[in-house]
Design a protein around this ligand. Structure first.
Ligand code: SAM
Length: 320
């Protein structure tokens, strides 16, 4: 399975591509966007493709084989954008793309525990299995004795070590989960008997909490297309990868390195991400022009073909 790039034609249009332009893809994934970008920037436009996940780079190299002399591959966190560019001596930069979140093969095939449907996978959720939560901006999560959990933070480690209050805060803040308190307390109670290792361990706990709240022993229905564990999984994934912190840190670097007239296109998938991007663009309107007054979303045709494009929002700016 290859990831289907979302809003592809809109991204290509909004980056103002032309032969000879140099582009950075901060979230290379399966290189669907990059492949199309390279078609428009040939014969000599260059591209840096960054991804935190070593397996994504391995796959992208295969997909971009025909363009390999024009591509620099970099396994890294995009939050180190400026450092990467100066190390690779890449420039001038005419366009930058960010397409946050996970790729379909990461979700479906890589055993990282991103999906609540994959019950037997381990509760990991890291994009980068080399790095271990070393770059979190908010206070590091602490174990029950108050020791910071820096350097060891898969989703399972968070669930097995955080206090009920910290779990509640994470579920509320990053998942907007209504049963945050009940879930935090139930997790800590369950830990007295057994630790959480797999996706199924956590999904069962979430379902039990919902059943207790709804006073039923029947199957819990999906609400508004969401499985009851969706929000808990989203919240843990955000914390494990510091997903909001990296966006806050990369945006100023991206605007700084763009040439005048260069474009930055950002695709977000939930309101917490989109809010950061929208506010950052507004706050910096003295040195950028906002191209998308309203975010671009997918058409009905795209949604029918690729339902994961449902929540995608594309915002674009141009450097003055
Ligand atoms: C939605 S996918 C990108 C899909 C890609 N545009 C395509 O056409 O196939 C997002 C990718 O960003 C990567 N990623 C997520 N957070 C990252 C970070 N902080 N630094 C670098 N890569 C990251 C993930 O590993 C994943 O491969």
């Amino acid at each position: 399975m290859r990831h289907v790039p979302v809003l592809l034609s809109k991204v290509i249009e909004s980056l103002n591509l032309a032969p000879g332009k140099n582009i950075i893809d901060c979230t290379l994934g399966d290189a669907g966007h990059s492949e199309e970008i390279l078609k428009h920037t040939g014969p000599n436009g260059k591209l840096i493709g960054i991804d935190a996940d070593a397996e994504s780079l391995f796959r992208a190299k295969k997909y971009l084989y025909d363009y390999s002399t024009r591509v620099v591959f970099e396994r890294n966190n995009f939050e180190h954008l400026q450092k990467i560019l100066s190390e690779k001596k890449f420039g001038p930069v005419h366009g930058i793309l960010m397409d946050f979140g996970w790729s379909s093969p990461q979700f479906e095939e890589r055993g990282r525990g991103f999906s609540f449907m994959k019950r037997n996978e381990s509760l990991d959720m890291r994009y980068d299995t080399h790095l271990r939560c070393a770059h979190m901006t908010h206070d590091p999560p602490k174990d029950i004795e108050g020791n910071p959990l820096y350097g060891s933070c898969t989703a399972a480690e968070l669930v097995n070590n955080l206090s009920a209050d910290d779990l509640r805060e994470i579920f509320k803040k990053y998942g907007e989960e209504n049963l945050s308190r009940e879930l935090g307390e139930a997790i800590v109670k369950k830990r007295e008997i057994t630790i959480f290792e797999t996706v199924g361990d956590l999904v069962d706990l979430v379902l039990a909490v919902y059943r207790k709240k709804l006073k039923t022993d029947k199957e819990i229905p999906w609400i508004g297309g969401l499985h009851p564990a969706t929000k808990v999984f989203q919240a843990l994934r955000i914390v494990v990868n510091d997903e909001l912190g990296v966006i806050e840190r990369v945006l100023p670097q991206a605007i700084d390195i763009l040439e005048s007239g260069g474009r930055l296109a950002v695709i977000t998938f939930h309101s917490l991400e989109d809010r950061i991007v929208k506010h950052y663009f507004k706050k910096n309107s003295s040195n950028i022009t906002i191209i998308t007054k309203k975010p671009i979303v997918c058409s009905k045709e795209e949604y029918d073909q690729n339902p994961s494009s449902r929540s995608a929002k594309l915002r674009v700016i141009e450097k003055k």
